[in-house]
Structure formats: C-alpha cells, structure tokens
Ligand binder design. Structure first.
Ligand SMILES: [Cu+2]
Length: 68
C-alpha cells in the first residue's frame, strides 16, 4: 500500500469534495481517498504507486486542479 497526499485548489464545499473523491477513486489501484476541504489536501491510498499525471487528470476531470 502507498499513501500520498496531493493538494487540490478550488474546492469550496461538500459537492466539490465528492466530485474529486469520485474521480480519484476511479483510478486503477486506488483503495481510499480522503479529502480535507479546509486545506485542499487529498490523501490517496493505493495498492501501487500512482502516476501523478493520472491523478492530475482525474482532478481536472472533476473540475479542479492540482496545486503546484
Ligand atoms: Cu463545491
């Protein structure tokens, strides 16, 4: 298991949290997604290391962006 925390900008409410959670959960190998709305931290637990580009694409699909 691998856990990594990403910072996502632009989330403002529970709807944003569920949109990001849903998209990131759909990435192959992802086991768990925890979003902290106040900070934008998205902690992803996966069975193997994720391609950061896949995470960025999922966040983008949800309508938000990874903070650089
Ligand atoms: Cu929202």
């Amino acid at each position: 298991m691998t856990t990594r925390t990403y910072r996502v900008s632009g989330m403002t409410c529970g709807h944003c949290v569920s949109a990001v959670t849903r998209e990131v959960e759909a990435i192959d190998g992802v086991q768990d997604v925890q979003v902290e709305l106040s900070t934008g931290d998205v902690t992803v637990t996966s069975s193997r290391a994720l391609d950061d580009r896949a995470v960025a694409a999922a966040v983008d699909e949800a309508g938000y962006q990874l903070a650089s």
